[in-house]
Design a protein around this ligand. Structure first.
Ligand code: ASP
Length: 589
C-alpha cells in the first residue's frame, strides 16, 4: 500500500503553520457531518487536530467518500492549514484546522468497545482488556513519553558520572530480600527452581567485589506481594551501587539524579529536608511523610502523666513504649458526630482502640473524655498542640509508640484529605531524606524484633557493639528518599565484612544451613577482598507517577496488572498445555 508520508504530527500544528500544505497520518477520533460541511478530528500520539471538508464542485466526491469515515479508521490526510473560525481553547491545536484536499483510508476499524477520549468514562477493567486502545489516548501516551524522558535523563546523568549500566540475570537463585519470590521451575534440573529477582541486590554487590566500582541499571524487579494502588508485582527500579563510598556520597549522587530528572522535565525540586526515622515518626506519624502540609503531631504523654485516672490513657502511661499523641484539625470544631465517628473508624483500621476528641469552642472545651480530664489538663493539651478556638484535637494513645504514631499519621493524612489541603498541588514537591533507620522493628503479632531491611544492610557499628543491650536501639546505615508521601526508594551502606555478615544473619535467626544454602556464594565472595560499598534503588514507576501527577501506578505502565495481579488483555496468568507441565516435572494438585 502506498500512501502519503506525514509531514507533521497532528498535535503539533499551531497558528505559525497557517498556509502550509501538510500531511497527517493517524486515526479518526470523531467525525460529524453537519450536512454540507464535514468535520473530523485526526488523532495521533501527539494530540488531536480538526480537519474539515467543505463541499464545492471539486470536493463533492471527497465529501461523499468522507461520509464513510468512522472513529478509529486509520487515515492519511492532506490539506492546507487555516485559521479556525471559532478557536477551541481546550485543544492545543485549537486555533487551526486543515482544509482537506485528499485522504486515504489505510485501514478500517470495528466500533471500539469504548470511546477513546481524554475524559474516561469506561471502567478501568474494560480499558485494561483493550489496553492498546486505551493507550491511544494522548494523555496516557504522554505519560509514557514522560517516563521515557525520565529514563533517558537517568541514563545520561549516571553515564556522565562514570557509572556503567550493567544487566543482571532475571533467572536467579532464590535469595529472599523480605518479600515472596516468583519461582520459575527448571526443565533440565528436575525439582529445582529459579527465582525472579526481588531486586538485583546481591548481583550489584558482587559487581563491587569484581571491582566494577560504579554500577547502575534500570532494572525490572518482581515481588509476589498483595498489591496496593502504588504497587505492581513487577516494577522498575533505578538500581545503583558504588564502591569506596559512604552515606554522604551516595546521597549526593541520588539526590542529584532526581534533581536532574525533575529539571529535564521542566520542574524544580526544592532542597531535600532531612529527618531521622524517629523524628519523622514523632512529628508526622510515618516514615514516609508528606511534607506539603503541616498538621504536625504533638506528643502529650508527659503532659498528662499523673494528672488523670483516665483508663484509656493509663495503659500507654504504664508501658515503657507507650505514647499519647495529638493532632489538630484547624477550623474543624463544628464537625458533626458522624464525621467524628468516621475518623474513629479510620483510626481503628490502623490499630487504634478508639479516639479521644476535643473541640475548642468560644464557650470552652467540649470533649469525648470531658468527665475524665480536668480543665487544667484539657487546657494544657490545647496549649501544647497550639490549637485555637474553632479547632478540633484528636488524641490517640497506644502501648507501642510506633503504633501510636502510625495511627496519628493516618489521621494526619485523612485530615489533610478532608480539609482539602492537597487540592491542585500534585506538581508541588516536598522531598526529604529519612535517615537513622532502626535495624529491627517490632513484629506486634509475635512480639519479636524482625529486620527492617534486607539482610545485607550494615548496622551502625557503635550500636552493633552494644547489641547485647537490646535490638531496638540499633540503627542501620540505611536511608530513604520520600517525596509527597511516597517512599521513592531506599538504600544503605552494605556489610562487606564476612564476619559481620554472618553475625547479622545469626542475629536475624537465619540458621547456619540456610546461610550456606542461600547466601553461601556471597559469603564466599566476601573472602576475596570485598571493598566497602553502598547504594540505593529508586522506584521509576513512582517517580513517573509524581511527574505525571497521577496516583494510579497503572497510568504510567504500558501494560500493567490489576490489583488481583492479572493482565486482563492477554489473560495472564493462564493455564498451560499438559506437555509443558510434564516437561517441567509439575503436577497440578
Ligand atoms: N535492593 C534494595 C531494594 O530493592 C535497594 C538497595 O538497598 O539498594 O529495596
Amino acid at each position: 500500500m502506498t500512501f502519503q508520508q506525514r509531514t507533521h504530527l497532528a498535535g503539533s500544528l499551531r497558528a505559525e503553520h497557517i498556509g502550509q500544505h501538510v500531511i497527517i497520518n493517524g486515526w479518526v477520533a470523531v467525525s460529524r457531518d453537519l450536512g454540507g460541511v464535514l468535520f473530523f478530528d485526526m488523532r495521533d500520539r501527539s494530540g488531536k487536530l480538526q480537519c474539515v471538508i467543505q463541499p464545492s464542485e471539486e470536493t463533492m466526491l471527497l465529501y461523499e467518500e468522507a461520509k464513510r469515515l468512522r472513529a478509529e479508521y486509520v487515515v492519511s490526510v492532506s490539506g492546507v492549514v487555516r485559521r479556525r473560525e471559532k478557536v477551541n481553547p481546550k485543544m492545543a491545536t485549537g486555533e487551526v484546522e486543515v482544509l482537506v484536499d485528499a485522504f486515504d483510508v489505510l485501514n478500517e476499524s470495528d466500533v471500539p468497545p469504548f470511546e477513546i477520549k481524554e475524559e474516561v468514562t469506561a471502567n478501568e477493567d474494560l480499558r485494561l482488556k483493550y489496553r492498546y486502545l486505551d493507550l491511544r489516548r494522548p494523555n496516557l501516551a504522554n505519560n509514557l513519553a514522560i517516563r521515557h524522558k525520565i529514563t533517558q535523563s537517568i541514563r545520561r546523568y549516571f553515564d556522565e558520572r562514570g557509572f556503567l549500566e550493567i544487566e543482571t540475570p532475571i533467572l536467579m537463585k532464590a535469595t529472599p530480600e523480605g518479600a515472596r519470590d516468583f519461582l520459575v521451575p527448571s526443565r533440565l534440573h528436575k525439582g529445582k527452581f529459579y527465582a525472579l529477582p526481588q531486586s538485583p541486590q546481591i548481583y550489584k554487590q558482587l559487581l563491587m567485589v569484581s571491582g566494577l566500582d560504579r554500577y547502575f541499571q534500570i532494572a525490572k524487579c518482581f515481588r509476589d506481594e498483595d498489591l496496593r494502588a502504588d504497587r505492581q508485582p513487577e516494577f522498575t527500579q533505578l538500581d545503583v551501587e558504588m564502591s569506596f563510598t559512604n552515606e554522604e556520597v551516595v546521597q549526593e549522587i541520588m539526590e542529584g539524579s532526581l534533581r536532574q530528572t525533575w529539571s529535564d522535565l521542566g520542574y524544580t525540586l526544592p532542597p531535600f529536608k532531612r529527618l531521622t526515622y524517629k523524628t519523622a515518626m514523632e512529628r508526622y506519624g510515618s516514615d514516609k511523610p508528606d511534607l506539603r502540609y503541616g498538621l504536625e503531631i504533638t506528643t502529650i504523654t508527659e503532659l498528662v502523666r499523673g494528672k488523670t485516672e483516665f483508663k484509656v490513657f493509663q495503659d500507654a502511661l504504664e508501658k515503657k513504649r507507650g505514647v499519647i499523641g495529638a493532632v489538630v484539625a484547624p477550623k474543624a470544631a463544628e464537625w458533626s458526630r458522624k464525621q467524628l465517628d468516621q475518623l474513629t473508624e479510620h483510626a481503628k483500621i490502623y490499630g487504634a482502640g478508639g479516639l479521644v476528641w476535643m473541640k475548642i469552642t468560644e464557650s470552652g472545651v467540649e470533649s469525648s473524655a470531658k468527665k475524665f480530664l480536668s480543665d487544667e489538663v484539657t487546657s494544657s493539651i490545647a496549649a501544647a498542640t497550639g490549637a485555637r478556638v474553632g479547632d478540633l484535637i484528636l488524641i490517640v494513645s497506644h502501648v507501642n509508640w510506633e503504633r501510636a504514631y502510625t495511627i496519628l499519621g493516618a489521621l494526619r493524612s485523612e485530615l489533610a484529605k478532608r480539609l482539602g489541603l492537597l487540592e491542585g498541588r500534585s506538581f508541588e514537591f516536598a522531598p526529604l531524606w529519612v535517615t537513622d533507620m532502626p535495624m529491627f522493628e517490632l513484629d506486634e503479632a509475635t512480639g519479636e524484633f524482625v529486620p527492617k531491611h534486607h539482610p545485607f544492610t550494615s548496622p551502625n557499628l557503635e550500636d552493633w557493639a552494644r547489641a547485647s543491650e537490646g535490638l531496638e536501639h540499633i540503627r542501620a546505615r540505611a536511608y530513604d528518599i520520600v517525596v509527597n508521601g511516597y517512599e521513592l526508594g531506599s538504600g544503605s551502606i552494605r556489610i562487606h565484612d564476612r564476619k559481620l555478615q554472618i553475625e547479622v544473619f545469626d542475629m536475624l535467626k537465619i540458621s547456619k544451613e540456610e546461610q550456606q544454602h542461600k547466601f553461601g556464594f556471597l559469603l564466599e565472595a566476601f573472602q576475596y577482598g570485598a571493598p566497602p560499598h553502598g547504594g540505593m534503588a529508586l522506584g521509576i514507576d513512582r517517580i513517573a507517577m509524581l511527574c505525571c501527577g497521577t496516583e494510579n501506578i497503572r497510568d504510567v505502565i504500558a501494560f500493567p496488572k490489576t490489583t488481583s495481579m492479572q493482565s486482563l488483555m492477554d489473560d495472564a496468568p493462564s493455564t498451560v498445555e499438559p506437555y509443558q507441565l510434564r516437561d517441567l516435572h509439575i503436577e497440578i494438585k
